[in-house]
Design a protein around this ligand. Structure first.
Ligand code: IDP
Ligand code: MG
Length: 156
């Protein structure tokens, strides 16, 4: 079934620090996805642990929690047809060394510990992760095309 999906995406602290926010957002916009929410924030301990709950107990867990809190992230909600898998495809494999050339992680990162971007791995994860970072009232999914805006302006 064809349907619009929404997914949670974050430019991680290394991406923000390296001033890659625009480059990364551009990839999602030029693909045709809608950015329906966007903010820069410092991830709290509670948010970090909720976000990465599935990794608790893994050898890299403590470093992951430290990494995601090492500076501000840019959090967003991205919407479009098949957006969950589509965003993961644009991001590339978790390990930038194994990611396909042309993906964000292959093009902008070298190691898993600093892989610049996060994207939800399923529709269920997306809904869970969106709630950690956004209130529904912060999500804006209406858009007017240029001709609508011009008509409104001329009719005013
Ligand atoms: P994903 O971000 O591609 O969904 P996950 O397996 O969910 O990958 O892991 C979450 C994040 O934890 C990764 O993006 C990466 O930053 C980090 N990570 C995952 N596996 C390892 C590892 O083996 N060593 C170090 N960091 C890891
Ligand atoms: Mg994941």
């Amino acid at each position: 079934m064809r349907s619009e999906e929404r997914t949670f995406v974050a430019v991680k602290p290394d991406g923000v620090q390296r001033e890659l926010v625009g480059e990364i957002i551009k990839r999602f916009e030029t693909k045709g996805y809608k950015i329906t929410a966007l903010k820069m924030l410092q991830v709290s301990d509670e948010q970090a642990r909720a976000h990465y709950a599935e990794h608790e107990g893994r050898p890299f867990y403590n470093r992951l929690i430290k990494y995601i809190q090492s500076g501000p992230i840019v959090a967003m909600v991205v919407e479009g047809y098949n957006a969950v898998a589509g965003v993961r495809h644009l991001m590339g494999s978790t390990d930038p060394d194994k990611a396909e050339v042309g993906t964000i992680r292959a093009d902008f990162a070298q190691v898993m510990e600093y892989n610049v971007v996060h994207g939800s791995d399923s529709v269920e994860s997306a809904e869970r992760e969106i709630k950690i970072y956004f209130d529904e009232s912060e999500i804006y999914d209406k858009r007017k095309c240029m001709s609508e805006l011009v008509t409104e302006y001329l009719d005013a």
